[in-house]
Design a protein around this ligand. Structure first.
Ligand SMILES: Cc1ncc(COP(=O)(O)O)c(C=O)c1O
Length: 413
């Protein structure tokens, strides 16, 4: 890695070694200028200047470290990259303009025409579209399999399989993959194991410890945590990240310095936010289970969740997203959502504000009816990203929806 000038880094990586993710979230990667600012500086500049033509040539040639142009070198973005790499326990990170750009950059950099990907069925709807519609145009074929069905993973492997891609826990059904088993399957077949760690963040789950080669984030979600900016990041070994960085430099899906600064601020509070999200979500999941007009609750923190034990081993918390099916179909699910007054009806998740969405017509709306059915995205499914408001107030707001469902049950709607 030649671009980062280590002399401005406030606390060298070696001094932070062994420190907890709570500390790394606040301290890792910060740079300090001659102004001695305490908070992170923002560098909103498109280019950087050189002392001489010879220095410019040395920078462009990679012989001298330093900034060149903000499509691929910006100090605020580098501080964010260094911090998230430290938190995930990875060698290097490459920040991107969105979570989807992080997935695209990884695939463009590390796959080629003729390669085959195996992807879990329950991934974010747009990830599915990216693989099925766009990467397929360039000769990368993708098979979709059930996240928790080991036999399906095994039988999907082909000689040309080069990547296994998962989200765990999955969106929106909170299924949990056995990462160590999938890492072994990937490595036995010379494929990269890529984990989208958006739902757990490094605070709750560290996929490299379970054999992942690459971790992807939509920083738009918990890393920001306050619904302000869109961004993404890829974390992995230096050798692989050099390829992803090369794609970013050539194609330009770059994170802006302002967004990187917002994400740096977001990371500082990530550990305490994640704990608050987990506490509220667990309490809400138990409460939802007791509602007569709810069919099923999907949350790995519930002891009867099929992967509860696995989630307890792999994760240090069960996360802030849960979903449930209401008795009825789309009409009842929409009526339930529309009855809320405080909770935001929005597709984003990972916000301190509780959000509610109908996956079948929003986040997963572009899936074919067959793909939706196979992924378990039914018309009566409601997803909640549980925020950090007082849990009693979240219940009060949801109670309005349950009153409407009760009216449906009694035939008075
Ligand atoms: C798990 C997951 N991965 C990736 C993405 C894509 O991220 P972005 O919206 O930042 O492009 C999302 C977005 O909702 C997501 O939920």
């Amino acid at each position: 890695m030649t671009y980062r000038r280590e002399e401005h880094v406030l606390i060298p990586e070696s001094d932070l070694e062994g420190m907890s993710v709570d500390t790394l979230a606040v301290r890792a990667g910060q740079i300090r200028t001659g102004q001695l600012e305490h908070s992170d500086a923002i560098f909103p500049t498109s280019s950087f200047v050189y002392g001489s033509a010879a220095q410019a040539a040395a920078r462009f040639g990679g012989e001298e470290p330093g900034n060149i142009y903000s499509r691929f070198t910006n100090p605020t973005v580098q501080a964010f990259e260094a911090r998230i790499a430290a938190m995930e326990g990875g060698e290097r990170a490459v920040a991107t303009s969105s979570g989807m750009a992080a997935i695209l950059a990884t695939c463009m950099a590390l796959l080629q025409s003729g390669d085959h990907v195996i992807c879990s069925r329950g991934v974010f709807g747009t990830t599915n579209v990216l693989f099925q519609k766009y990467l397929a145009k360039f000769g990368v074929k993708t098979s979709f399999v059930g996240l928790t069905d080991k036999a399906q993973w095994q039988s999907a492997v082909r000689p040309e399989t080069r990547m296994i891609f998962i989200e765990t826990p999955s969106n929106p059904l909170c299924e949990v993959a056995d990462m160590a088993a999938l890492a072994k399957l990937s490595h036995d077949n010379d494929a990269l194991f890529v984990v989208d760690n958006c739902f757990c963040t490094p605070v709750l789950q560290r996929p490299f410890e379970h054999g992942a080669d690459i971790i992807i984030h939509s920083a738009t979600k918990y890393l920001d945590g306050q619904g302000r900016c869109v961004g993404g990041v890829v974390v992995g070994p230096d050798k692989l990240m050099e390829e992803v960085y090369g794609f970013l430099r050539s194609a330009g899906p770059t994170m802006s310095p302002f967004n990187a600064w917002v994400f740096l601020k977001g990371l500082e509070t990530l550990p305490i936010r994640m704990r608050a999200h987990c506490d509220n979500a667990l309490e809400l999941a138990k409460w939802l289970k007791g509602q007569g007009t709810v069919d099923r609750v999907f949350y790995a923190g519930l002891p009867d969740h099929p992967q509860h034990d696995l989630a307890s081993r792999q994760q240090s918390g069960f996360g802030g997203v849960l979903s449930f099916t209401v008795k009825g179909g789309r009409e009842q699910a929409w009526a339930f959502i529309d009855a809320t007054r405080m909770i935001s009806i929005t597709a984003n998740l990972g916000d301190v504000k509780t959000t509610i969405t109908h996956p079948a017509t929003t986040t997963h709306g572009r899936l074919s009816p067959e793909d939706k059915e196979q992924a378990g995205i039914t018309e009566n499914l409601v997803r909640i990203s549980v925020g950090i408001e007082a849990v009693g107030d979240i219940k009060t707001d949801l109670q309005r929806g349950f009153e409407i469902l009760e009216n449906y049950r009694q035939g008075t709607v």
